[in-house]
Write a protein that binds this ligand. Structure first.
Ligand code: ZN
Length: 361
């Protein structure tokens, strides 16, 4: 059985990043920056040649980059653009492995969709493997509770493929147990108890419900990954203390290929998959880049997606980039917690719904 997780080792993402960089040794942030610049140059050539949307969007613009910051010269990609998702495609339909509709409740018009190739999904699996192998431990059992996780090519399937080589068994509950009602949660809690998982992947709402069934940790549990929604910091603290386990929060979007940033054991911000996704923080209204430590909208560029890469995509989520080393010892910048979400309506300023009181704490 894997040992209970502990300590504040440097985020395993650093070794993962370093292992993917050319050469060895040296200043990790500088090496990552160099690799991001090379990836951005490749990406801009790729999308302007292959994507009808970007050929038009960047038409007449200087897409040559001398440094990563030159990317700021290019216009944003907005969520509304994704209604024309076919114009973003850079590969033939036969190479699209999965198409996901974005949740756009309350809006009209064609659905916004994202397409992923097998390579795109594999890149996310690699990211998940790093974080979840540490939380679960080799040979352990991982329970994926996220609603809808069991659909074909869904998160449970991806994790099963990601973790098979580490002999980690991935299970998800029968469909009737994921109903978010009293009976569903009771059945889910019984299943969690019976399966004796070493790690759980669950949404914050599910964790809150499970907490009422388990004032102390379910047996064998050593790690929890909270995902799919904003984790209330108070719930995070309460669970960590009562369950005495390594509970980490994950932030990802469908647009980022699901995974984007994850906490380390030191809980000092969210470490990024910087070789796959470049992150900018910009002023909510003006779009001007914000300095490190200041809140603004998260803008992502998916550096290596091949089916439907996004360049300077406005996520609508608000956070800051945390400068300086992490408490775990990593020199890499991290994303702060999601402080709020933006709602945009045509002709009106963006409206911010705050999730954290008083901004980043
Ligand atoms: Zn860290």
């Amino acid at each position: 059985m894997p040992e209970r997780g502990c300590g504040t080792n440097v985020s395993p993402l650093d070794a993962w990043l370093a292992g993917r960089l050319p050469g060895d040794g040296g200043d990790l942030p500088a090496r990552v920056r160099g690799a991001q610049l090379a990836a951005l140059r490749r990406l801009l050539r790729y999308v302007t040649e292959r994507s009808a949307f970007y050929a038009e969007h960047f038409s007449g613009r200087d897409t040559g980059l001398a440094r990563p910051e030159d990317l700021r010269r290019l216009p944003f990609t907005e969520a509304g653009h994704l209604r024309d998702w076919r114009k973003f495609l850079c590969v033939s339909h036969s190479r699209v492995r999965r198409v996901v509709s974005l949740n756009t409740s309350g809006t009209t018009g064609p659905p916004k969709r994202l397409a992923f190739s097998e390579n795109d999904l594999a890149a996310t699996r690699n990211f998940f493997r790093v974080g979840l192998s540490e939380l679960t431990g080799p040979g352990g059992r991982l329970g994926v509770l996220l609603p809808g996780g069991e659909r074909p090519d869904g998160v449970a399937d991806q994790l099963r493929q990601a973790l098979a080589s580490l002999n980690i068994a991935v299970e998800s509950p029968p469909r009737d147990m994921t109903a978010h009602d009293g009976a569903g949660m009771h059945a889910l809690a019984g299943w969690v108890e019976q399966r004796a998982f070493h790690c759980l992947v669950a949404a914050p709402g599910q964790l809150r419900s499970l907490f009422t069934f388990f004032p102390e940790a379910p047996k064998a549990l050593r790690g929890v990954l909270s995902s799919a929604d904003n984790l209330d910091p108070e719930l995070g603290h309460a669970l960590r203390s009562a369950w005495n386990c390594d509970l980490r929060d994950h932030y990802g979007l469908t647009e980022s290929g699901f995974g984007l940033a994850v906490e380390c054991a030191a809980h000092d911000g969210y470490h990024l998959r910087e070789l796959d996704i470049a992150v900018e923080i910009v002023d909510v209204q003006s779009g001007v880049p914000m300095p490190p430590g200041s809140e603004g909208e998260i803008v992502i560029t998916t550096l290596r997606h091949e089916a439907m890469p996004l360049v300077r995509y406005r996520t609508g989520d608000v956070a800051s980039l945390l400068p300086g080393p992490c408490r775990c010892g990593s020199p890499m910048p991290r994303l702060g917690p999601i402080a709020g979400r933006l709602e945009r309506k045509p002709g009106a300023p963006a409206r911010l719904t705050r999730l954290l009181k008083g901004g980043y704490q």
